[in-house]
Design a protein around this ligand. Structure first.
Ligand code: B12
Ligand code: SF4
Length: 543
């Protein structure tokens, strides 16, 4: 039925938008390509802004993007609020969690009419056209809905092989020029050939038969970059490919082809890139051509420095790979940050200690800010299935959770959340500020020359903050391991927690003093815009 509807469909799209939400923006551009009318709204706690958009557009469908599983309760409240306000449009939802657990989602959100599984561009289009034409939408491939005898899951719609058939994401409503340093998200390909046990990327794209990596054409990608720079003023590109260099020699050739094309069009002078990749791909000969083309920042999926953890995570990498990657990034003079899961469901005090000493070697010098979480078993991942098989998966409002094998590690985790919440998870906490400052002080753009003194100062402060965290982690781990069980309100742990918070505040004060001398920096604005938050919830999501 695609394209056959005489009726123009009206669709409001709702989702979280920390950075450009490319999922929603690809959905919107595909719908617009076929002549339909869309509006994108950022999800909020109350129904206000979404309701406003609905009242203006009077949509046939409201589509919600659930890429983050932890947002289920917030979406449930939002949808209930919209229904309570008299909205009768068809409500559908898509994204990773929605694709893996459509039945649970329909049960959790009674206001939902359907769920779109896996990539949604063509399914949402067909659904919208059926609904706008008042035709029966229950036959649309790639959706789930409540049938008479339970959830009906229609046959999955096969994904497109050729991503170049899709129009560029719809960015019409974004005013990039309002940003201090305009930055945009872009995606060069979809999927990843690796099989890390905590990651849902593999199973998500396996789900609609597009397993592996699909690349867009480098020249067309650079057309999009050229448009973003020339027409929209973009200076920083955030590549949202999960692993930009995935795919072996072919993946590297593809990345280099983009780099060459950027240089040929002169874009390397004014546009800088951030990519995500693996440590074993972080080699001088691979990255140097990308640095020449504009690469400025790398996010490394390190995840662990302990051999047993890395095996459980199926990372197929070693601590040495990570350390070598760190050296390459230092040699190239790039700023970098990294994902790290200090604890995973099979952790022991030995793996914990190994991780702490790895972090000291990896970033003790302050080249990157040390942050850490605990592995969460997201739906669609091998870890999730393994915990189900072991009978260890617990769940709170659909947010999957677990307890450690050694209950003292639960006590350690609770302590860790309280001790570092302010530093690691507050919107203007030391972690985010130092990350931003490391990025800014390495960024070499015309009109934004590197300030060497500030750069050295930031690195030194980062080293102080990192060492404080590692010392605290070590002390708490050693103390807890020496106990047979951990009493509630243990005075030693409480004192360590207070000490950690006080030390972090001292470092943050030094940072504020330093920043007051650099009022032109993004970090300064970010620090002023967001006062520090002091709450210390035991939120499993903060992991
Ligand atoms: C960019 C990104 C971010 C950005 C935010 C992006 C934004 N929207 O603001 C940042 C860096 C902030 C981020 C943070 C986090 N992220 Co993130 N992130 C991504 C990433 C790498 C790319 C998203 C993207 O652009 N995809 C490309 C588009 C085209 O695909 P898509 O979003 O899946 O959309 C398609 C379909 O899902 C579907 N669809 C999606 N929405 C809808 C809606 C409707 C109505 C329909 C019909 C269809 C549909 O159709 C779309 C088009 O085909 C994904 C991985 C990935 N490849 O998707 C992880 C991912 C979404 N992140 C993930 C996680 C875990 C996190 C964090 C929790 C990490 C952490 N521990 O802190 C945080 C939480 C963020 C927060 N604010 O609370 C997980 C989510 C797992 C889960 N099930 O919850 C993912 C899947 C990574 C992974 N490998 O596991 N993230
Ligand atoms: S964690 Fe990264 S490398 Fe591993 S499967 Fe996911 S996207 Fe690929």
């Amino acid at each position: 039925m695609i394209g056959a509807s005489a009726e123009t469909a009206r669709i409001v799209l709702v989702g979280l938008e920390d950075q450009d939400n490319l999922g929603l923006r690809y959905l919107s551009s595909r719908l617009r390509q076929m002549g339909h009318c869309t509006r994108i709204v950022t999800v909020t706690e109350g129904p206000g802004p979404v309701l406003g958009a609905i009242q203006e557009l009077v949509p046939h469908i409201v589509g919600f993007s659930l890429i983050f599983q932890y947002l289920v309760p917030q979406f449930a409240r939002l949808l209930a609020g919209l229904r309570a306000n008299g909205v009768t449009a068809h409500f559908t939802m898509g994204g990773h969690y929605a694709s893996f657990e459509p039945e649970a989602l329909l049960a959790a959100i009674p206001a939902l009419d359907s769920v779109v599984v896996f990539e949604g561009e063509d399914t949402l289009l067909e659904l919208a056209e059926h609904i706008a034409a008042a035709a029966d939408w229950r036959c649309v491939a790639g959706i789930a809905y409540r049938g008479r005898t339970g959830t009906t899951l229609n046959p999955v719609r096969p994904g497109r092989r050729d991503l170049d058939e899709l129009p560029w994401p719809d960015r019409d409503d974004i005013d990039y020029t309002r940003q201090q340093l305009p930055l945009a998200s872009i995606i060069g390909g979809r999927g990843c050939p690796w099989k890390c046990s905590f990651c849902s990327i593999v199973t998500f794209y396996e789900g609609n038969g597009t397993k592996g990596r699909r690349w867009r054409d480098p020249k067309r990608i650079v057309d999009e970059i050229e448009y973003l720079h020339n027409e929209r003023g973009i200076r920083i590109l955030l590549w949202q490919d999960d692993d930009f260099l995935a795919g072996g020699a072919r993946g590297i050739q593809w990345a280099h082809a983009i780099g060459r094309e950027c240089i040929a069009r002169g874009l390397h002078r004014n546009v800088r890139w951030k990519i995500s990749c693996r440590s074993d791909e972080t080699r001088l000969d691979t990255l140097q051509p990308l640095v020449d083309a504009g690469l400025a920042h790398v996010y490394l999926g390190v995840e662990s420095g302990d051999a047993d953890n890395l095996k459980k995570m199926n990372k197929r990498e070693t601590a040495e790979d990570h350390l070598m990657a760190g050296e390459v990034l230092r040699q190239l003079g790039l700023s970098f940050d990294f994902g790290f899961m200090l604890l995973e469901p099979w952790s022991t005090f030995t793996t914990l200690r190994n991780n702490i000493s790895f972090l000291r070697r990896f970033a003790g010098d302050g080249a990157a800010v040390i942050g850490f979480v605990r592995l969460l078993p997201y739906a669609g991942t091998a870890v999730h299935s393994r915990l189900v098989a072991e009978g260890r998966l617990s769940s709170h409002q659909l947010d999957a959770d677990y307890r450690f094998m050694d209950p003292r590690l639960d006590a350690f985790y609770d302590w860790m959340l309280a001790a570092f919440h302010e530093r690691n998870h507050s919107p203007s906490g030391t972690f985010l500020l130092l990350r931003l400052l490391l990025f800014e002080t390495h960024l070499n753009l015309p009109g934004n020359p590197v300030d060497r003194a500030l750069k050295e100062h930031v690195k030194a402060l980062t080293a102080v903050s990192n060492r404080m965290v590692l010392d605290m982690l070590e002390d708490a781990a050693e103390y807890i391991e020496s106990l047979s069980s951990v009493p509630a309100n243990d005075p030693v742990l409480e004192s360590l927690c207070r000490h950690s918070i006080a030390e972090n505040r001292r470092i943050r004060r030094d940072l504020t003093v330093l920043l007051s001398g650099y009022p032109g920096t993004m970090a300064y604005s970010s620090c002023r815009l967001q006062p520090i938050r002091t709450a210390e919830p035991r939120a499993s999501r903060a992991s």
